[in-house]
Design a protein around this ligand. Structure first.
Ligand code: CU
Length: 160
């Protein structure tokens, strides 16, 4: 009963908003927060941002730019965000032989929250996603062989 009243109220409000020529959704609610991450500066196996915080349910656009000058097959970089509690090194080890998928094997699909595929020199990639509703530490890594082991990883903290 209450929910039906609420629904009627919202419908009425939407109608009023439409009549008034405005949207109930503001730009702030629909535009993702853009977070830029650079990789491969000085051809190093590094992300320039390894620790960041987002709000639960926040819409974020991760833009990864690869500054590395070496060929993709030799020194490509990707960005893979994993479920909390995942072992980034174990993911990287399991992905090593999987060049065909850009080192994102299908067998690990359940562990991946969001990802940007393998990037060659001066390439950029992006992914827009809604941060998980569950607060926690979500590890991310580059799963190109050996990169995670030398520190190409970080953490997104989802918290209020
Ligand atoms: Cu890498």
């Amino acid at each position: 009963m209450l929910s039906s009243m609420k629904s009627k109220f919202l419908t009425a409000m939407s109608t009023i908003a439409v009549l008034a020529g405005v949207s109930l959704l503001t730009a702030a609610e629909t535009e993702p927060r853009v977070i830029k991450i650079r990789t491969g500066m000085d051809n190093a196996m590094k992300f320039d941002l390894t620790s960041l915080t987002v709000a639960p349910g926040e819409t974020v656009k991760i833009v990864v730019t690869n500054a590395c000058t070496l060929p993709k097959t030799v020194m490509g970089h990707n960005w893979v965000l994993l479920q909390p509690g995942s072992d980034a090194t174990a993911f990287a080890n399991g992905a090593t032989g999987d060049a065909a998928t850009g080192y994102m094997p299908a067998k690990f699909k359940d562990k991946v929250v969001a990802s940007v595929g393998l990037l060659g020199p001066n390439e950029s990639g992006e992914v827009t996603f809604q941060a998980p509703a569950t607060p926690g530490d979500y590890p991310f890594l580059c799963s190109f062989p050996a990169h995670c082991m030398v520190g190409m990883k970080g953490v997104i903290s989802v918290k209020r």
